[in-house]
Design a binder for this molecule. Sequence first.
Ligand code: FE2
Length: 228
Amino acid sequence: MSGLDVRSFTVGMVQENSYIVRADSQADRAVIVDPGDEPERLLDAAASLGVSLEAILLTHCHFDHIGAVAPVAAATGAPVYCPVIERPVLADVMRWVPPGFGPFESYEADHTLAGGERLNLAGMDFEVIFTPGHSPGHLTYAVGGALLSGDVLFQGSVGRVDLPGGDWGTLERSIEGLIRAYPAETAVYPGHMGVTTLGRELQTNPFLSELRLSLSSPQAADAPPART
Ligand SMILES: [Fe+2]
């Protein structure tokens, strides 16, 4: 699936990245990941690409990633795949939205995911990976040599861990799991800021300095990193 076509749309007050993903640039079917806001703009983008949106995938249910789920689902009929732990958040969005944002419409997820699933959607195979730490149910989607990783890992940064359910040790282990499982050249399409690769972040990301050390030790291939 080397022809994977990923289009990024930065939406809303928090500048969240929504992605329209299809098997190649000629495909007329696509999925949308984390439609966070500006539903009309996302629907217009799908129309101008000439794609029908066949599924809505969510990495996690912070409001900036789900604000446009209900209107996009209503307009397309696409089923929504939601982290199982965070389903109640999607179902009662405004309860979790800080003052000054929204209003956003709640949605009852059509499917829930816990990680470990494989999905075939719009002619693409997605692996679903459980990557908690930024939020308790956070998922990363692997497809065609790329990761759609929400708020796990950013260019030069990582997801914040000070929100409910956040934990740095957990997030670090999630990042380690991705680095161990996928090649360094794997493209990372994050929930905020620009595209990067796993290898680039392992080499340069200041938040991964401990991980860098532990993965470069001789035992790294087999043993979990020693934690102090
Ligand atoms: Fe988030």
